[in-house]
Design a protein around this ligand. Structure first.
Ligand code: CP
Ligand code: NVA
Length: 307
């Protein structure tokens, strides 16, 4: 594994290995260990879109591993306008040890990976958010949940976060249901990939059917970055898909509620559910740090023993 552009770049074994590394890194950091397995190493962090969690956790993650980060705003380097994406990849490869990029078009991060001679991590594209899925499944795994024996219900937009969760879920054997309005289902290529990986995926237009008996309810914003012009149309299409106390009432009594954040409170999720006892959204956010430290350590060739 040279890059982490898609959740499908993992295998089941790779994902479980990364969970163990993330767990060990988390435990070591919390118990005061301050080793520097990536001392002297540098990553370039490219952001074409806004970010709180991804920006902070990637930057803090490489710093905690003993390395450093250089932050590059999209407009500053003008990827694809001031300079071609392959040329950005070739230049960065001469100076730094890894690239993480949050981009509009998925093709941009794929092109970076194709032309870089250093590892490339997808920090969110319009098609996938693999770091999020890795942290989310790590969050379930560290709670001792058998992810192969649970059912996850995605409620809302079949978007980038949904795509990566479905792909990783398929690798890990999770039973998956996605309840999406007509026209907003996960991309057909992702559905086909999930099936190729042996995943069990049901698509429905009925959020209650999806929620019934689910172990995990997961939702995300209805209007992703770059879709602001579709706001009115989307608010109308998704109106029945709010994760609120009524919908949660259809899930198992022990069900957990997940959201990648940022949340649009009162749209895809109610305050009561987001702030309620089943919500593990802040554990997910915290674990972005530990899961990404694991992927950075692996891709940059550092040793857990030095952490
Ligand atoms: N979940 C997530 O990626 O958050 P940011 O957009 O703030 O990075
Ligand atoms: N689907 C959202 C996720 C944000 C982390 C977006 O792309 O804006």
């Amino acid at each position: 594994m040279n890059h982490f552009v898609s959740a499908a770049d993992l295998t089941r074994e790779r994902a479980l290995h990364l969970f163990r590394v993330a767990g060990a890194l988390k435990q070591r950091w919390k118990s005061g260990s301050r080793g520097a397995p990536l001392a002297g190493r540098t990553m370039a962090l490219i952001f074409e879109k806004p970010s709180l969690r991804t920006r902070v956790t990637l930057e803090v993650g490489i710093i905690q591993l003993g390395g450093r980060a250089v932050h590059l705003a999209g407009q500053e380097i003008g990827m694809g306008s001031r300079e071609s994406v392959p040329d950005v990849a070739r230049n960065l490869s001469r100076w730094v040890d890894g690239i993480a990029a949050r981009v509009y078009a998925h093709d941009t991060v794929e092109t970076l990976a194709r032309h870089a001679t250093i590892p490339v991590i997808n920090g969110l594209s319009d098609f996938e958010h693999p770091c999020q899925a890795l942290a989310d499944y790590f969050t379930l795994w560290e709670r001792g949940i058998d992810v192969a024996a649970m059912r996850l219900a995605w409620i809302g937009d079949g978007n980038n976060v949904c795509h990566s969760l479905l792909l990783l879920g398929a690798l890990l054997g999770t039973t998956l249901t996605a309840a999406c309005p007509s026209g907003y289902e996960p991309d057909a290529r992702v559905q086909a990939a999930v099936r190729r990986l042996g995943g069990r995926l049901t698509i429905t237009h009925d959020p209650r059917e999806a929620a019934t008996g689910a172990d995990v309810l997961y939702t995300d914003v209805w209007i992703s970055m770059g879709q602001e012009g579709e706001r009115e149309r989307r608010l109308e299409a998704f109106a029945r898909y709010q994760v609120n106390e009524t919908l949660v009432g259809f899930a198992k009594p022990s069900a957990l509620v997940m959201h990648c954040l940022p949340a649009h409170r009162g749209e895809e999720i109610s305050d009561a559910v987001l702030d309620g006892s089943r919500s593990i959204v802040l554990d997910q956010a915290e674990n972005r740090l530990h899961a990404q430290k694991a992927i950075i350590l692996e891709l940059l060739g550092g040793s857990l023993d030095d952490a």
